[in-house]
Structure formats: structure tokens, C-alpha cells
Design a protein around this ligand. Structure first.
Ligand code: 3AL
Ligand code: ZN
Ligand code: ZN
Length: 506
């Protein structure tokens, strides 16, 4: 142990466990740790400390030893009295927390680099305290629906990643009834699959019905990996977009009406048999269903609660934009706020917070889904024709904190929603917490620091102006981000080299 201390020392995990964690980690394109320019620090063995370290289910003064990319030890207590043999970075009263894991981001590369990209997207992630993200299989071209298309992703990502990145594969009609195609995609390393129950907006990513989903789950069960579902479905008694007559396409009310909560409810109702299949003894025991970006906090949420109660293996996420905004705050014509499902009324937002605080919503994700600015049709302001997607990757930590403060959220809850539970969904056993043997994926931030997301703020998204958050005042400034011990972002600067790893499931 490299510290003698007055404080209590938490023992290092069994060496064997730590070793196993390293060996399980496959990082084919990562440069060796501490390689040239990977870190803004000159060493790979050091301590970081502050008065507010989020670890072991508590928040308090502690020092964390980082060695060879892993957390080696945690010394709890008044760290200023510790005698440490390695350099100490003292962050004072800043918060040291597990890095965020965003299980839902669209990086759009290859094929739509003009929308976002691995380099810009992961720079934004690092600047926002996100240390791992999982890329969605659609919005790139081609979509990630086969072993071959996953290879294209991996090639496109080479040397561009500032944080670690895993990949979801697509469950689409073409592969849903073809277990060997699905197995080759899963064998190639996607962390799980994703499907849509309504048109996705991307031609080469067609929607699936519940039969496709039930079949796909059988294969996923063998691999014990999850299926993420965009749960909106046009109810059987509705012929198209539910709009009758001539309505103003610039009006947010028109858009809201075109995608009612009934779409979410209809999808989740249609999934009831699939969810039941994941129960112990069910046809797909071992598989897991994760509902992405829940917006409807009423009937859809109740259906998810019922599924959990009966023992289905299910989780649900929502996104900061559903927690920050309400429909009456969306200006007509301001398509930066267009997303699917839509941002609903203030009462719904309140109920989403309640569900999150009560544990009925398991985690948060960004659903960062930018496009080229012209597709947002900002001048025309046509909500029915504009690209649907919120651009938010860099801002999710301050946004969650700023809007959550009024509900009394705690730092431990933030870590559960943004790190611990997402790590479980993505099958990352050595990420998501500050614990000995875990990857040293860490964000250091100042919850009290207020700032405006204005033109003076460095934004690393490819297109800053399409973000609905620009112009908002928030608090929670990211000071430093460590990915496997590499200081990849500090004081508004990124490390020279992009040494993030691609994460492939085994
Ligand atoms: N294709 C795509 O990214 N769609 C996303 N955008 C959005 O607002 N919701 C989505 O599912
Ligand atoms: Zn979606
Ligand atoms: Zn999405």
C-alpha cells in the first residue's frame, strides 16, 4: 500500500480480481496506457483527492490511488494528513465522481460525418465528464446491423476516440429471424441490440414488430445481452400521424399532437409478451429489455412498473431533455427541441422526476442525436419536417444537476443514474464506480460553479447552434476527466492523442 495514513484505508481488492478485470478488457485499437500524448499528466501512478469523493455509497474526504489505469486503493478520511509516496492532485472541495457512462449516443460515423463524428463526439463527451459511451447502430451509414458493418465502425473509430466507446448493433427485420446473422454480429462484439417499433427516420434502419423482437430475444438470451427498444408504435386504430385537418407545422402543439403518449403506451403494451419471455423460466430467460428515452410518465410508466413487479428483466431510461424542458417552454418554430418521443407538459416532467427518484426509472442517457444544421430547418421552423434529435452530449451532467437540485437529488443518485446502472446495462463489470480494481474513469467537477452556455463557452459538438441548451444558465462545471487513468480533459484542454478504447463484448 503506497500510503500510511491516519485515516481508514480501504484494502485493495484481491489481486486476482483486479487482474481478471484487466484481462477481460479487450481494447484492440487503444494505444498503450500512458502512451505519447494520451494524458495531460506525465505519470500513470498518482493520487487524486478532494473533500467530496463519491465512493462506497457515501460522499466525503478521500484520496484515490490511480495506478496503471486502474483504481488501486481508496483512502477514506482527512487525506491532507496522509503521507503518500506518489504525486497527489488535490482538488479541494470539488466533487470526484465516477465518469458518466452514456449508453445512448449517435456518433453518426461512418457515413454521416457532417452530422457528428467519433472525434468531435468523444471530445464533447470528455469535456462533459463522460468517460464511456455506447454508440447507436443508426444514423451512421451503413447502419451497424452485421459483423461487416461493425467492422466499418471500428475502422472509422481508429485513433479518434477521446473516451472509451462500445457499440449497439441493430435488430432489424432482415436479421431478426436469422439467428446465425445475429450471432455473428454478437460474436463480433456488440454489447447488445437496438430496435425501433416505429419508423426510425433512417431508410436503412427499418422498424421491427413484436414478433421480430420476440425472436431476436431468443438469441440475445444465449449471450445474456440486452435489447434496447425505441418504444413508440402507431396504435392499430390510428391510420397515420393522428393529425386531422390543416394544422400549423410551426406550432409545437401540432408536433405534440402528432406523437401522443398513446404511441409509447401502444409499443410497451405490444412488448408485454416479449417482456414476459425474459422472466425466470421464460423462453428468453437471460435476455433483457431496456426501454430507451421514456417520455410518457403515465400509462407507459405503469406498464413498466407492472413488468418489473412480475419479474421481467427490464429497465428504463429517460433523458435530461425530458427532465429539463416542458412543452409550454418550447417556442413555436424552434426545432432544436424536436425529438421523439416529444417533450411533454410540465406535469409529465414532474412525474418523470418522481419516477426517477423512486427508482422506477433506472438510468439516464443523452440520446445525443444531432444532424447537419440545414436538416433542423431552423428558418422554416417546420416541426413536422425537421430532423428529430436533441444535441446535448457535453451538457448532460450540468443539466441533470441544475434541474435536479430543486428535487433534492444527491451525488450518489447522480452516480447511480449516470454510471453504476448504465455500466450494468452495458455489461461493463469494471466500470461505473470508484472502487479498487475498477477502471480509473473519473470526473472532477464543481457543482456550485454557474455559467451560461453562451458563445464564450467551448462546445465540442460538431454543430453548437442546434443544441436546445444553448443560452441556458446551468451549474456544474467539469474540471477534469480521466479515462483509465489518462487525464483526457482539463482546464478546457484535451490530451494531444486520442487514446480511448473500443469496447467489444466477449
Ligand atoms: N434516428 C434517431 O436518432 N432518432 C432519435 N432522435 C430522436 O429524437 N429520437 C430518436 O429516436
Ligand atoms: Zn429513439
Ligand atoms: Zn436515439
Amino acid at each position: 500500500m503506497a500510503a500510511s495514513a491516519k485515516g481508514r484505508l480501504v484494502p485493495v481488492l484481491a489481486v486476482a480480481a483486479a487482474l481478471a478485470a484487466v484481462l477481460l478488457y479487450r481494447a484492440p485499437f487503444s494505444k498503450s496506457l500512458g502512451g505519447e500524448g494520451c494524458s495531460l499528466l506525465p505519470h500513470d501512478h498518482f493520487w487524486i483527492a478532494s473533500e467530496r469523493v463519491v465512493t462506497l455509497g457515501r460522499v466525503g474526504p478521500a484520496a484515490v490511488e490511480v495506478k496503471g489505469g486502474l483504481i488501486n486503493a481508496i483512502a477514506v478520511g482527512d487525506y491532507r494528513n496522509f503521507v503518500l509516496r506518489r504525486p497527489l492532485l488535490d482538488y479541494g472541495d470539488a466533487v470526484i465522481m465516477p465518469g458518466l457512462i452514456d449508453v445512448h449516443a449517435h456518433l453518426d460515423e461512418p457515413g454521416r460525418e457532417e452530422w457528428e463524428g467519433f472525434s468531435t463526439g468523444t471530445r464533447a463527451a470528455a469535456a462533459g465528464g463522460i468517460t464511456t459511451l455506447v454508440d447507436m447502430p443508426l444514423n451512421s451509414f451503413p447502419s451497424t446491423v452485421s459483423e461487416e458493418t461493425l467492422k466499418l465502425k471500428l475502422e472509422a473509430a481508429r485513433d479518434k476516440l477521446f473516451v472509451d466507446v462500445g457499440f449497439w448493433g441493430g435488430l432489424v427485420p432482415e436479421n431478426a429471424f436469422n439467428p446465425s446473422a445475429l450471432e455473428s454480429l454478437l460474436n463480433a462484439g456488440v454489447l447488445g441490440l437496438k430496435s425501433f417499433m416505429c419508423p426510425s427516420g433512417i431508410n436503412d434502419f427499418p422498424m421491427t414488430n413484436s414478433t421480430h423482437i420476440e425472436e431476436g430475444l431468443v438469441t440475445l438470451a444465449k449471450y445474456q445481452r440486452p435489447l434496447l427498444i425505441h418504444a413508440e408504435r402507431i396504435p392499430d386504430d390510428e391510420d397515420d400521424d393522428g393529425l386531422d385537418g390543416e394544422l400549423d407545422p410551426r406550432s409545437y402543439a401540432t408536433y405534440l399532437k402528432s406523437r401522443p403518449p398513446a404511441w409509447e403506451e401502444s409499443a410497451i403494451r405490444d412488448l408485454q409478451r416479449a417482456m414476459k419471455d425474459t422472466e425466470a423460466g421464460g423462453r428468453s430467460e437471460g435476455a433483457h429489455i431496456h426501454i430507451v428515452h421514456l417520455s410518457d410518465a403515465k400509462a407507459s410508466l405503469e406498464l413498466m412498473k407492472d413488468a418489473k413487479r412480475t419479474g421481467a428483466s427490464v429497465t428504463v431510461e429517460t433523458c435530461p431533455h425530458y427532465l429539463a424542458f416542458s412543452a409550454d417552454e418550447v417556442p413555436d418554430g424552434d426545432t432544436r427541441f424536436k425529438c421523439a418521443p416529444p417533450i411533454r407538459d410540465g406535469m409529465n416532467r414532474e412525474n418523470l422526476w418522481k419516477a426517477l427518484l423512486d427508482g422506477h426509472i433506472d438510468m439516464l442517457s443523452s440520446d445525443h442525436s444531432p444532424s447537419a444544421p440545414d436538416l433542423k430547418l431552423m428558418e422554416e421552423g417546420n416541426f413536422l419536417k425537421a430532423w428529430g434529435g436533441i444535441s446535448s452530449l457535453q451538457f448532460v451532467l450540468p443539466v441533470t444537476w441544475s434541474y435536479g437540485k430543486r428535487y433534492g437529488i444527491t451525488l450518489n443518485q447522480l452516480a447511480a443514474w449516470w454510471s453504476e446502472n448504465p455500466a450494468k446495462l452495458a455489461g461493463q463489470k469494471n466500470k461505473g464506480a470508484i472502487l479498487p480494481g475498477y477502471h480509473a474513469d473519473i470526473v472532477v467537477w464543481k457543482p456550485e460553479a454557474q455559467f451560461e452556455l453562451d458563445d464564450s463557452h467551448s462546445v465540442y459538438h460538431k454543430h453548437r447552434n442546434i443544441s436546445a441548451y444553448l443560452g441556458k444558465e446551468v451549474s456544474g462545471k467539469v474540471l477534469s476527466t480521466f479515462v483509465r487513468g489518462n487525464l483526457v480533459f482539463a482546464e478546457d484542454k484535451h490530451a494531444k492523442a486520442a487514446c480511448g478504447a473500443t469496447i467489444l463484448a466477449k
